[in-house]
Design a protein around this ligand. Structure first.
Ligand code: ATP
Length: 234
């Protein structure tokens, strides 16, 4: 579904990706693991054309080169950035409606909002509340739900567990698993919480200083001694 070849990325003079290569299969849930500064966030930003890159990124056979971030979203790639990117002064429901801004099928939008409330009942309870007054976990759920309103084929999630209590993290990941299986949305998730990410993902990649250094099934990566020592702490 998504193919990345020889991807290099720069912030001014700073090179953040150095020939990254990877492949996402349709329907997969893939974890991208790595230390701070390894280039995980940059990889997601590169897919959305938010950073200067060279190399090729192909989504469902179409090269993304030269497309704007908006056009890439319209092709079916949703991005949930670190820090969530919701509109804090708008209500929960307004955020969900904005997620569907590029769609014109009103009945579909209304039924998708209800579907999101099914996935995330707490958002239904709080649909008139200002998004900025939600708890961290609720804001994370809203960010995921808002991204899904685009009806993406692929969702890119940057550290969905960031700042959340362990029980809430498990809840968010459980719902992500459900969305992956039931709604057939392919998921690429960047995570510091490697243990949880490897439990839920089927495939994993490890990135070090802008290059993929390891890839395989999540189970194999979780059993790798180097990964255990560096990322799992045992
Ligand atoms: P973390 O887990 O800490 O979020 P990461 O793996 O997501 O790290 P990136 O944010 O992709 O790492 O950063 C990769 C490299 O690019 C780092 O060396 C970082 O300092 C650098 N970098 C990121 N953003 C910028 C920027 N706006 N300007 C200059 N350098 C940047």
């Amino acid at each position: 579904m998504l193919d990345i070849r020889n991807l290099r990325a720069w912030y001014g003079q700073v090179q953040a990706l150095r020939g990254l290569e990877f492949h996402l299969s349709e329907g997969s849930m893939t974890a991208l693991l790595g230390a701070n500064g390894a280039g995980k966030t940059t990889t997601l930003r590169a897919i959305c054309n938010m950073v200067r890159t060279t190399g090729t990124i192909t989504f469902e056979g179409k090269p993304l080169e030269g497309l704007s971030t908006e056009s890439i979203a319209r092709l079916g790639i949703a991005h949930v950035p670190q820090g969530r990117g919701i509109f804090t002064t708008m209500t929960v429901e307004e955020n969900l409606q904005l997620g569907a801004i590029s769609r014109s099928d009103k009945p579909g939008i209304i039924s998708d909002i209800e579907r999101m409330y099914g996935h995330f009942p707490v958002l239904k309870e709080r649909h008139r509340q200002q998004a900025g007054t939600l708890s961290g976990g609720e804001q994370q759920m809203l960010a995921v739900a808002r991204a899904l309103m685009l009806r993406p084929r692929l969702i890119l999630l940057d550290e969905p567990s960031f700042g959340l209590a362990p029980l809430i993290v498990r809840d968010v990941f459980r719902i992500l698993g459900k969305i992956n299986r039931e709604d057939k949305v392919t998921i690429l998730v960047v995570e510091q919480n490697a243990q949880l990410a490897l439990k839920l993902a089927d495939t994993a990649y490890v990135i070090e200083t802008g290059r993929i250094v390891m890839s395989g099934s999540a189970a194999d990566i979780a059993n790798n001694e180097g990964v255990r020592r560096s990322y799992l702490g045992y």
